[in-house]
Design a protein around this ligand. Sequence first.
Ligand code: C2E
Ligand code: MG
Ligand code: MG
Ligand code: MG
Length: 280
Amino acid sequence: SAKSDRRGTFRFFEPAMDVQLQARRVLEVDLRKALAQGEFELFYQPQVNIAQNEITGFEALLRWRHPERGLISPGEFIPIAEDIGLISPLGEWVIAQACADAAIWPRDIKVAVNLSPVQFRNKGLVSSVVTALANSGLGPDRLELEITESVLLQDNESTLAILHQLRGLGVRIALDDFGTGYSSLSYLRSFPFDKIKIDQSFVRELSSRADCLAIVHSITRLGESLGMSTTAEGVETEDQFIQLRAAGCTEVQGYYFARPKSIRELVFSLGHFRPSTEVA
Ligand code: C2E
Ligand code: MG
Ligand code: MG
Ligand code: MG
C-alpha cells in the first residue's frame, strides 16, 4: 500500500532527522523538476498612481503550482531555490515571462520584476535581461527591476556595476521593502533609484501608530527631494490610502485595490486593455 511505501521511503532518513528537514528535502527534489515541468506562474498586482488615479504598472509575483500541494507562495520556495542554485534559471524564466506578458499590454503600463540578491552573483543577469527585452520587443523603460537592500549589502563593487549596466539598458530600478534594512539611508546614496517602495510593515500600522505615520511622511519627502517616486506596499484599507495620499506618496499597491491575479484573470478583469500596437 501507499502507506507502507511511504514508511519505506522514510527509512532512508536518519531517525533523528527533523520532520521539517525531511519536508524540505522533498520540496527540493520537486523544485529541481518544476521549471522543466512548467509549474511556475506569474501573478500580477496593479500599482496605482494616486494623482492620476490610474494603473501605471503591475508587479509580477511568482507562484509555484505544485501538482499535489497546489499554489505555493514565494516565501516558501525562493529561499530553497537560492540555496540549491536554482534561482538564476528560475529568475531568468521570470524576467522572460514578465516581458512577454507585458509586451501585449498598453504602452503606458510597466511591469515590475523582483530580483534575488543571489542573481547578482551570477554573471548572466544582464544578458538575460537583454535577451528578454529583445525577444519580447518590450521597451526597456517598461521594465522595472525591484531589488532589496540586501542586494547592496553584498560585495558592493560588482553589484553596483551590474546595477549601472542594467540602468544603462534603460530599465528602471526600484528599491523594495525600504526601511527594513540596517542602514537604509546610506543605500539611497549608493544608487540613483527610480522608485522607493515603502515596506508594508510601516503601512500596516499607519492608522494606529504615530511613529509609522511620521516615517512614511519622511520617506515620501526624502523620495521627492531625491527625485525618486514612492510606492506604498500592502495597502489594505481606505484609511491607510487616505493617509498615504495626504503624505504625498506617488503610488499605492495592495489588497485594497487588487490582490495579485493570474494573467488569465487579469486579461478578463481589465476589459479596456487593448493589445499594444508595439507587438501587432
Ligand atoms: P515583495 O516584492 O515585497 O512583494 C509584496 C508581497 O506582499 C507579495 O507577497 C504580495 O502578494 C503581498 N501583498 C500585496 N498586497 C498586499 C496587502 O495588501 N496585504 C498583504 N498582507 N500582503 C500584500 P508574495 O507574492 O507572497 O511575495 C513575497 C515575496 O517573495 C516578495 O515580496 C518578493 O520578495 C518575493 N518574490 C515574489 N516573486 C518573486 C520573484 O519572481 N523572484 C524573486 N527573487 N522573489 C520574488
Ligand atoms: Mg517586490
Ligand atoms: Mg516589498
Ligand atoms: Mg518583501
